[in-house]
Ligand binder design. Structure first.
Ligand SMILES: Nc1ncnc2c1ncn2[C@@H]1O[C@H](COP(=O)(O)OP(=O)(O)O)[C@@H](O)[C@H]1O
Ligand SMILES: [Mg+2]
Length: 383
C-alpha cells in the first residue's frame, strides 16, 4: 500500500504508527545516542506509537530487538551499551520502510544519531531509498550542516556573521604566516565533519598550530582554522519545516577553557546549562530571528539547534548548526522546548508529524518513485 495513504489510514483507524528509533552508530557520541534513545522510548506516546528500536553498533551493524533487551545497563550513563545478541537487519530499498527480517514495515524513522554516518546525510540517503518518512533534515541539509566549511561559506554569502576562517586540505598546505596575518592568535582548529568537539583544539602560536593541525587531519581530509571569538555561548532550538519557530535561548557556561569533548562528556561538572539565558528581550528576538534564518538558509527541516557567540560588544556570531542535537531529557534541545512550553512527549509527537508532513509533500512530486498523482494509480514495479 502507498505509504502516505497507509500513514493517514493509521491515524484515522486508530492503528498505532510504527516508529523506528535508530540509535547508537559509529560516532564518538554513540553512548549519548543510546541515552537519548532510551529517553525517547520511555517518553513517546505509546497510545499513538509502536516503538521499533534499531540499535547501530560501533561497527555499523543494525540490530533489532525489543525495548527491554536492546540496551545493557540502560540506567547507568557510564555503562550503557548496546546488547549485541539482537537480530541483524537492514532496510530494503524502495519498499516503504520494509525491514529485511520482514516483521512488517516501519511507518516513520526517528534517527537519533550524531556526527558522521548518522547526522551527515548518509543515513538520510538510505532512508530516502527505503522510501520512508524520517525526522529531521534531508540529505542536503544534513550534509551542509555537518561540513563546517560549506556551512560557513553559505552563512558568509548570506551576510550572517560567523568567525573568519581558512580552509586547508593537507598538512603541507597549512601556513602559519597566513594564519597569523589573516586571523591572528589564538585560533581554533577543527576537522570539518566532526561534532562533539572531537579534534577541536585551540592554538596560541605557530608551533601549537602545527601540532593540533595534525590531530585534526587524523579525523578528516579537510580542516578549518578559525579566529578565536570571545563571548558567551548561546544556543537556540528550532522546530518546523517551512515555517519554523525558535525556542527561548539558553546559555552554555563551560568550566573548561572552551566547550571541549571533555567538558561535554567526561567531566560531570564540565559545563552548566542556563535556561533561559539571561538576555534582554531585544537580544532574545535577535537570537531567535537569526536561528530561524540560519535553519532555513542551510536547508534544514524538522529540528535544529543553532549555536552562537554573544560578544562583549553585543554582536552575535553563529558558531554552527546541529541537525540532530543531543536528545536526552537533560540535553539543551528538549530543555529549551520544555521551557518554551512544549514538553518532551509532545516534542517527539510534533517531530514525527513534521517528518510525515514533509514526506507527504515530497511524495506528491511527479519526480517521485510512486507519484501519487499518477492518473493510472499504478505502481511502476507492479506491486
Ligand atoms: N572560533 C572560536 N572561538 C572560541 N571558541 C570556539 C571557537 N570555535 C569553537 N569554539 C569552542 O569549541 C566548541 C566546539 O566547537 P564547534 O565548532 O561547536 O564544534 P563541534 O561541532 O565539535 O561542537 C565550541 O562550543 C566553543 O566552546
Ligand atoms: Mg558545537
Amino acid at each position: 500500500m502507498h505509504a502516505c495513504i497507509f500513514i493517514w489510514y493509521s491515524y484515522t483507524m486508530d492503528k498505532k504508527i510504527r516508529v523506528g528509533i535508530l540509535f547508537g552508530g559509529l560516532s564518538a557520541e554513540h553512548e549519548v545516542s543510546l541515552q537519548s534513545a532510551q529517553n525517547v522510548i520511555d517518553a513517546i506516546d505509546k497510545q499513538k506509537y509502536e516503538v521499533i528500536p534499531i540499535g547501530i553498533t560501533k561497527k555499523g551493524k543494525w540490530l533489532m530487538g525489543n525495548e527491554s533487551e536492546l540496551l545493557l545497563n540502560s540506567n547507568d550513563p557510564k555503562l550503557i551499551a548496546l546488547n549485541q545478541v539482537n537480530e541483524e537487519i537492514s532496510l530494503v530499498p524502495s519498499c516503504h520502510g520494509q525491514l529485511s527480517n520482514n516483521p512488517g514495515a516501519v511507518d516513520v524513522v526517528f534517527p537519533i544519531l550524531h556526527g558522521p554516518m548518522g547526522e551527515d546525510g548518509t543515513v538520510q540517503g538510505l532512508l530516502e531509498l527505503a522510501c520512508v518518512p524520517y525526522v529531521g533534515a534531508g540529505v542536503l541539509g544534513s550534509a551542509v550542516g555537518m561540513d563546517k566549511d560549506v556551512m560557513k561559506r553559505l552563512l558568509r554569502d548570506a551576510g550572517i556573521p560567523t568567525a573568519d576562517f581558512l580552509v586547508y586540505r593537507s598538512v603541507d598546505d597549512v601556513d602559519g604566516l597566513e594564519v597569523e596575518a589573516k586571523l591572528g592568535w589564538p585560533v581554533f582548529v577543527k576537522p570539518v565533519n566532526m561534532g562533539s568537539s572531537v579534534g577541536v583544539n585551540k592554538a596560541s602560536n605557530e608551533s601549537e598550530l602545527y601540532e593540533v593541525v595534525k590531530e585534526a587531519f587524523s579525523y578528516d581530509t579537510k580542516i578549518i582554522v578559525e579566529e578565536a571569538v570571545e563571548g558567551r555561548e548561546i544556543e537556540c532550538a528550532v522546530l518546523g519545516n517551512r515555517d519554523p519557530v525558535a525556542s527561548i535561548p539558553g546559555e552554555i557556561v563551560p568550566a573548561h577553557d572552551f566547550y571541549s569533548y571533555e567538558a561535554k562528556y567526561i567531566d560531570e561538572n564540565g559545563a552548566a546549562l542556563k535556561i533561559p539565558a539571561e538576555l534582554d528581550a531585544e537580544k532574545v528576538e535577535e537570537v531567535q530571528g537569526l536561528a530561524v534564518r540560519v535553519f532555513k538558509l542551510l536547508e534544514c527541516s524538522g529540528l535544529g539547534r543553532v549555536d552562537f557567540f554573544l560578544q562583549p560588544d553585543g554582536e552575535l556570531k553563529v558558531i554552527e548548526i546541529n541537525t540532530i542535537p543531543g536528545f536526552t531529557k537533560v540535553s539543551m534541545y528538549p530543555q529549551l522546548w520544555e521551557h518554551s512550553g512544549i514538553p518532551y512527549t509532545e516534542l517527539i509527537d510534533r517531530l514525527i508529524k513534521l517528518a510525515i508532513e514533509r514526506f507527504e509533500s515530497e511524495q506528491s512530486l511527479r519526480t517521485h518513485l510512486f507519484w501519487a498523482g499518477d492518473p493510472t494509480g499504478n505502481d511502476p514495479d507492479g506491486h
